[in-house]
Design a protein around this ligand. Sequence first.
Ligand SMILES: Cc1cc2nc3c(=O)[nH]c(=O)nc-3n(C[C@H](O)[C@H](O)[C@H](O)COP(=O)(O)O)c2cc1C
Length: 297
Amino acid sequence: MPVFAIGLGDTTFQQDVLVSSVSSNATGYLNSTQPVTATIQAKGYQGESIPVELRKGDEIIDTQTIQPEIPNSLQDITFQLPLETEGLDAEGIEDIKQNFVDAAIRAVDVGFDIIELHAAHGYLLHEFLSPVTNTREDEYGGSFENRTRLVKEIVADVRDVIPEGMPLFVRVSATDWFPDRESWTVEDSTELAGELQSLGVDLVDVSAGAIHPDQQVPSTGPHYQVPYAEQVAESGIPVGTVGAITTPEGADEIIRNGRADLAILGREHLRDPYFAVHAAQELGRDGPVPRQYHRAF
Ligand SMILES: Cc1cc2nc3c(=O)[nH]c(=O)nc-3n(C[C@H](O)[C@H](O)[C@H](O)COP(=O)(O)O)c2cc1C
């Protein structure tokens, strides 16, 4: 089975063995509203295999050795960019689709409540969407219809295998931030969002950029990506917005004024892992405090 490492410390659902550990060890934590921190840590490259540890907090709950299917050693990948790449053939594309389906099934088995497909930030599906990176000449490249084909096929396949009614989100980069060359635009995102809704997607999580190092990032002040979400929402699908939302009042304002249906925070959860509890308290609501921590709040 191929192993894709996007960075040390990243989690992955590509390995059944890891999911069984998460499932048996962590689902109880999910249900008790405590954060689950199952982390795969590549401990270094040793010959043909990578030892990994699955951790829950500081506790090691499983150790495995995985075989990477990569052209060179991990060290080569880290230090010799850009890599030489080859376009996916038809079989490769089918494998990718199956990998998404398998990953979704694993996530459902583990007990997650929402599936979000990642089609943003320069990851593979974004690379198919964007004319900056997609130079294919087959039915997956060229026209808008062709570049969006893979995302839509995966959405349809995943929708088929997850429980009816389970929320399915797709994260997109609304724009490639390339105003002066052919690229993925907010208009493209809006059109795609409408098509995704008819395939059973419940919400589009609207981020931006990260397809190419030469992108022209605009000002990244507070709530800088909200206007993209507002535009994508014109397709009719519920939208999430993300980017420099840092306060309970700010998130509340976005929702209250109908600028998005969901306010998504990244870094603020790193700065304050109990942001959700604090935000609920500030806004006069009961926070999701784990029962055993009530005395702390
Ligand atoms: C340490 C870190 C890791 C991240 N990893 C991912 C990722 O794997 N996938 C993703 O879509 N975004 C990732 N992001 C981006 C966040 O999801 C989010 O879009 C971004 O940080 C902007 O939101 P914020 O201003 O609330 O942090 C990461 C951000 C940080 C700080």
